[in-house]
Design a protein around this ligand. Structure first.
Ligand code: PRP
Ligand code: URA
Length: 230
């Protein structure tokens, strides 16, 4: 099919939300606070400052949920009362925000995991082809973490997430979790089919993409809304 560069998603078949809910690797938060804060985030009148604060708060909540299956190892400690065996996270964790919009998610995750490494990836979506364009990557030659948490608020066509997952797998990341605020069924299907080993944690699963590849109802352009550039 020849795509119209003005409307690159026009005529592209998209799955319905019910069709992708069955993917075992998809986790859509059912927490009331997430639903409440996402509603504030979506509203047109939400200012850039409020938007940035909400992204950080939602990231903390989604991060807490997404970390529920992290492996632990025993750690011998002394309390003021006696020696005991505690537990600590067993694996090194890397936070990988996709610039620009993923930047706003870092603060919430660093509150949860202050010792996590942060590796930035710069990808933007070519709005005519909807293909990701890589513009920043300073990953060292070999992977320095065992678990990568890929942070990007919007999973739309999935192009950016697929590009980032490919980079991280080539780097040698052992396990990857994608964490986003809002996903479209099309992006979930692309990511889940092409990388069934990647967990997908999102705050909401929206209805569809419009002809330009924007999520409906969505929130508009996450990068522009955070940084006041629309
Ligand atoms: C947005 C968003 C994702 C991408 C999602 O970034 O932050 O990275 O679009 O769309 P996709 O699933 O169709 O790839 P954008 O390209 O607008 O760049 P920005 O963060 O710099 O604004
Ligand atoms: N990127 C965004 O920021 N929003 C969308 O709806 C789709 C891609």
């Amino acid at each position: 099919m020849v795509r119209d560069p003005e409307f690159p998603m026009r005529g592209v078949a998209q799955p319905r939300t019910e069709e992708v809910r069955g993917y075992a690797q998809l986790h859509v938060s059912s927490h009331p606070l997430v639903a409440h804060k996402l509603t504030l985030l979506r509203r047109t009148e939400t200012t850039s400052k409020q938007f940035t604060e909400l992204v950080a708060e939602l990231s903390w909540l989604l991060g807490y949920e997404a970390m529920a299956d992290l492996p632990l190892q025993p750690l011998e400690i002394e309390t003021p009362m006696e020696a005991t065996t505690g537990r600590e996270l067993a694996e090194r964790i890397g936070l990988v925000p996709i610039l620009r919009a993923g930047l706003g998610m870092v603060a919430g995750f660093r509150e949860l995991m202050p010792r996590a490494q942060v590796w930035h990836l710069g990808l933007y979506r070519n709005e005519r082809t909807l293909q990701p364009v890589e513009y920043y990557n300073r990953l060292p030659e070999r992977a320095t973490v065992q678990i990568c948490l890929l942070l990007d608020p919007m999973l739309a066509t999935g192009g950016s997430a697929l590009g980032a997952v490919r980079i991280l797998k080539d780097w040698g990341a052992g396990r990857i979790k994608y964490i986003g605020l809002i996903a479209a069924p099309y992006g979930v299907q692309q990511l889940a089919d092409q990388h069934p080993d990647v967990d997908i944690h999102v705050g909401a699963l929206d209805r569809e993409l419009n002809d330009r590849g924007y999520i409906l109802p969505g929130l508009g352009d996450a990068g522009d809304r955070q940084f006041g550039t629309s």
